[in-house]
Design a protein around this ligand. Structure first.
Ligand code: BG6
Length: 488
């Protein structure tokens, strides 16, 4: 990794992602003095705009979406880096203006915060004006495709001009502190490293619940659904990190090779097992956090016939030696009672009961990794209740060993995922970015499920906004005498 100056070219700098996430993250990196002093930031959009107006726009965004109070020193430093270039991204001729803003002697990072449908145009335009060479890095946002075939088309368009070593595909979950901590927990602690398989683990639950609905994005969301929006990327990336074999090093390809093997080992879900393995739901009107919200089909711009799912529960199986017989239950939905993402590892029960009839069903140990919010790690253990009893028997109680990040690291701010990812791109480290074969393998698995749903022609099950999804989601686990972990 190298801490060197670069020209950071942000395509789509006036768009939602840039405004809400990327510019505030650059500001935070500036504040932490993690951007090389000589790095420049070139905002690119198709509107004609004077630099001073762009600067005013960036500042207004930072005030709206960043720190409540702007640090003026930081802002002055950030402002001095800003350039603005007006490019019509579909017009090859218009890219030459970039030559005035970038230095060919330095690394250029092109962040495409634009719709994927124009990734190909941008790559062609960059190529056309001859400012790219093998040192250029190109950063791609999701969604990369709608299915395997369309993702291949996008990947091909980009591959025409850039080598895989130059391509950084974002899955912002990989930049979350607690997702990165999965690697630390698993491989820096022998108690976990040695108990992480079918001998010790009964099953795994991965839940990513959101209280928000589709936030005015009907057009995009209805086309995607929760499967493409959340499972194909974020949930499968978490699953891969939880299930992968130890990589030899933390190098980009060591990690990505291991994640890919997990994705390849996922048992296909198709028409033969779809009803046993998946549940999909769509929210109806209800109350979330005390506020009345409309149903999915009543959202602004809704097509009232839509069968798009806003909730999914899946029983996934990984057909390899480590995970034989250990289901991974995935669950994600919009308009759930609260925003909570967690991984819960259920260990196997004790083989024999020493504690008498009242403790016939000793609960299993659980390792709860709270990804967000209230980040932390918790282990449930059975503990003797202190004190004496007339019968002399032992009274047991379930207790928690709890590591809460907000207490343990009270002085440390948890950075936004994009801060980490932007930093890694500038450093030239691909470990937290998704390789082409991973994306395509994930699509292969997801496509088969989508296809099976389509041919079953069944609508998603309704669930009321503000609940944990359709009742069948409970049934998915209850069939095996299991139940979803209930966080506080
Ligand atoms: C995005 C999805 O990728 O992730 C959104 O498109 C979703 O629909 C978001 O709300 C969730 O991200 P986070 O970081 O808020 O958990």
């Amino acid at each position: 990794n190298s801490y060197e100056p670069c020209d950071f070219v942000l395509f789509g700098t006036l768009g939602d992602l840039s405004r809400r996430k990327l510019l505030p993250s650059l500001y935070q990196l500036e504040k932490a003095e993690l951007i090389h002093p000589d790095t420049t930031i070139v905002g690119v959009a198709r509107h004609e705009m004077e630099l001073e107006d762009y600067i005013a726009e960036v500042r207004a965004n930072l005030v709206k979406f960043g720190d409540k109070e702007l640090c003026e020193d930081t802002w002055e430093r950030l402002k001095a880096r800003l350039h603005y270039a007006c490019v019509d991204m579909k017009d090859i001729g218009s890219y030459c203006v970039l030559e005035d803003h970038v230095d060919p002697a330095r690394t250029m990072v092109c962040y495409l915060a634009t719709p994927p449908s124009i990734y190909g145009d941008i790559c062609r335009g960059l190529h056309g004006c001859k400012i790219i060479d093998s040192s250029v890095r190109v950063v791609l946002e999701k969604p990369i495709g709608h299915d395997l075939e369309s993702s291949k088309v996008i990947n091909e368009q980009v591959a025409e001009y850039f080598d895989e070593k130059q391509i950084y595909r974002i899955d912002h979950y990989l930049g979350k502190e607690t997702v990165l901590n999965l690697v630390a927990l698993r491989f820096a602690n022998s108690i976990f490293a040695t108990n992480w398989d079918h001998n010790c683990i009964d099953h795994v639950q991965i839940s990513v619940a959101e209280s928000v609905g589709i936030e005015g994005r009907w057009g995009y969301f209805d086309d995607a659904g929760q499967m493409r929006d959340m499972v194909q990327n974020h949930l499968l990336q978490i699953l891969s990190l939880v299930a992968m074999e130890p990589p030899t090093t933390l190098d980009a390809d060591s990690i990505r090779d291991e994640k890919l093997k997990v994705l390849k080992a996922l048992r296909p879900i198709n028409s033969s097992n779809i009803s046993d393995s998946t549940v999909r739901g769509q929210y109806t009107a209800g109350f979330v956090k005390g506020e009345e919200v409309p149903g999915y089909l009543e959202e602004e711009g809704a097509n009232t016939q839509s069968k798009t799912e806003t909730f999914i529960a899946i029983k996934a199986e990984i057909d390899n030696w480590r995970w034989a017989g250990v289901p991974f239950y995935l669950r994600t939905g919009k308009r759930m009672p609260s925003k909570v993402s967690e991984v819960v590892i259920y260990f196997k029960r004790q083989p024999h009961n020493l504690f008498g009839d009242s403790f016939k069903n000793l609960p299993p140990n659980k390792l709860v990794i709270r990804l967000q919010p209230d980040e932390g790690v918790e282990i449930t253990v059975m503990n003797k209740v202190p004190g004496l009893t007339s019968s002399g028997s032992m009274d047991l109680q379930k207790s928690k060993l709890n590591l809460s990040f907000s207490e343990a690291f009270a002085d440390d701010r948890i950075p936004d995922a994009y801060e980490k990812l932007l930093l890694e791109v500038m450093l030239g480290n691909q470990a937290l970015f998704v390789r082409r074969d991973e994306i395509e393998q994930a699509w292969t698995w997801v496509d088969s499920i989508l296809e099976a749903w389509k041919s079953s022609n069944e609508p998603p099950e309704p669930y009321q906004a503000g609940t944990w999804g359709p009742v069948d989601s409970i049934g998915l686990l209850a069939r095996a005498n299991r139940s979803w972990y209930e966080s506080k």
